[in-house]
Write a protein that binds this ligand. Structure first.
Ligand code: SF4
Length: 291
């Protein structure tokens, strides 16, 4: 059986950067806390914890003092920085530069939207850490839209400035923008483009990977998609592979792989999300070539 690993899979630039910052911080031997898992991949989290990283939740964070705290690629709301300052916590900021820029754009537009009675709308997953950070830029006045059903939260006669979480699907974001425009027209707005601004904020590291993975998935009899179960872009990219190749299996660790999946197959492709480490893809490849 031919086994091919996708050369484009592995950490995106933002996650790679965050992992490098973490490894460097751990070299000092001091305690480093991470507010939530550094990456949506349990195997990589376990590896970094074995080097000394301590994972904490928001409740524990509020009681921390005099230590070092790592901020993940997803970023954090301004409140986290304020609490850190108050509690003498040194921040090691590994926020992805793309997310940082998006946070700044949202804040700037939120301040400007007040002058025109506008609404800042964020298309993203409820409770997702990046979304918490984005909404925080608006003092949580931004409106979160996770599906077309949530559009009822908007006033279609008032200006809308739309942003997306970086890892959403381009097609569903376009659909949301189109629905808002349509509802503005239904609400009597004659020129919706004068009050609707759709910002293209889906990360190219995710959007470029989608068509690439579709082409990769078509080439093989079976696809092993490797990702943490919590990863948003993992779900999105897995679904993209499955749409073109129903023989796509989602796995988070080598133990989940079953030999029988490969019976009668002549080629297998291995790929993953932007939070899947390359070393894990390699471990899985080494297992599959023994079948
Ligand atoms: S997917 Fe894009 S925005 Fe998100 S961490 Fe990776 S590079 Fe940054």
């Amino acid at each position: 059986m031919i086994v091919e690993t996708d050369s484009g899979s592995g950490f995106c630039f933002g996650v790679e950067n965050a992992v490098k910052i973490t490894e460097k911080a751990l070299l000092t031997g001091e305690k480093v806390y991470s507010l939530g898992p550094i990456v949506h991949n349990d195997m990589e989290v376990r590896r970094l914890m074995s080097l000394g990283l301590i994972n904490i939740n928001r409740e524990k964070f509020s009681n921390l003092h005099d230590c070092k705290l790592l901020i993940r690629a997803h970023g954090e709301p301004p409140d986290t920085y304020l609490t850190a300052e108050k509690n003498n916590i040194t921040i090691i900021d590994a926020t992805c530069p793309i997310v940082k820029k998006l946070q700044a754009r949202i804040k700037e537009n939120w301040l400007r939207s007040k002058e025109m009675n506008g609404q800042i709308v964020i298309y993203g997953k409820s409770g997702h850490d990046e979304v918490i950070g984005l909404l925080g830029q608006t003092k949580n006045e931004g409106i979160l839209i996770s599906s077309p059903e949530d559009l009822s939260k908007l006033d279609f006669t008032r200006p809308v400035i739309l942003f997306s979480q970086t890892t959403m699907s381009i097609s569903s974001y376009r659909n949301i923008g189109g629905l808002i425009r349509e509802r503005m027209i239904n609400a009597g707005v004659t020129d919706p483009d004068s009050i609707l601004k759709v910002n293209n904020t889906i990360c190219a590291q995710v959007s470029n990977r989608e068509p690439h993975l579709r082409a990769f998935a078509k080439k093989h009899d079976i696809i092993i998609f490797v990702s943490g179960k919590e990863s948003s872009n993992g779900k999105l990219l897995y679904n993209a592979c499955r749409e073109v190749n129903p023989e796509t299996r989602f796995v988070s660790s080598p133990e989940e792989i079953e030999r029988k999946w490969f019976e009668g197959k002549h080629s297998a492709g291995i790929c993953g999300a932007t939070s899947t480490p390359k070393w894990l893809i390699e471990v899985i490849r080494e297992l599959i070539i023994t079948f």
